[in-house]
Design a protein around this ligand. Structure first.
Ligand code: ADP
Length: 198
């Protein structure tokens, strides 16, 4: 059995949040979403929330230092010792370096990167649906366009780094939630990452 130290990555609207939570639950590991942490802090009006609200609403990236600190704190919690699933971090090359330094020091590298592939038109469609359903402040046209542009210019390139390590599984993200979930778990099983609940 291989330890589940996972990253799920895909463009906005690819369904990575939904799939990530489901996979993490099945494996009994925490799903760590930087976007969720930031949104919860904005909602609660914490110091961190006040600092990042304008950045998030505009669709810009929160500074690497701040984001890295949050992730390191979270991964140092006891429930992440047996494994974790990262969603939304790292999302640029600088963050990859920060995460590598942290995980290398623990001798616990990532074991799989799930890349959800969804065509641009499909993800834009899903995002506008989410905007009406969930009313996320950053799901406005301008912010969405900026986030997708950042995904293509800064986030997609990090996949090359992980591809060179042989840990990327490309998953077709078009289909029902169950279909996509089944594709992900099949790929993880292939790598020896399993749990009875999968
Ligand atoms: P989406 O994938 O739709 O952009 P997320 O929930 O992953 O949604 O992220 C929402 C926002 O939170 C981002 O636009 C960004 O402002 C901030 N954020 C999340 N993760 C990071 C990160 N790793 N680095 C910098 N900012 C981040």
């Amino acid at each position: 059995m291989t330890a589940a130290r996972l990253l799920i990555i895909g463009p906005q609207g690819s369904g990575k949040g939904t799939q990530g939570v489901r996979v993490a639950e099945a494996l009994g590991i925490p799903a760590v979403s930087t976007g969720d942490v930031f949104r919860a802090n904005v909602k609660d009006g914490t110091e961190l929330g006040l600092k990042v609200k304008a950045i998030i609403d505009a669709g810009d990236l929160v500074p690497d230092e701040l984001t890295g600190e949050i992730v390191r704190d979270r991964l140092a919690q006891p429930d992440a010792a047996a494994g974790f699933l990262l969603d939304g971090y790292p999302r640029n090359l600088g963050q990859v370096g920060d995460l590598d330094a942290f995980l290398d020091a623990r001798d616990e590298p990532l074991t799989a990167v799930i890349e959800l592939v969804v065509p641009r038109e499909e993800s834009i469609q899903r995002l506008s649906l989410r905007a009406t359903e969930q009313g996320r402040a950053d799901d406005n046209e301008e912010s969405i366009a900026k986030r997708l542009a950042i995904y293509e210019s800064e986030t997609a390139p990090i996949l090359d780094v992980y591809r060179q390590r042989g840990i990327v599984d490309q998953i077709d993200g078009v289909g029902t939630l169950d279909e996509v979930y089944a594709r992900i778990t099949a790929a993880l099983t292939e790598r020896g990452i399993t749990a009875a609940a999968l």
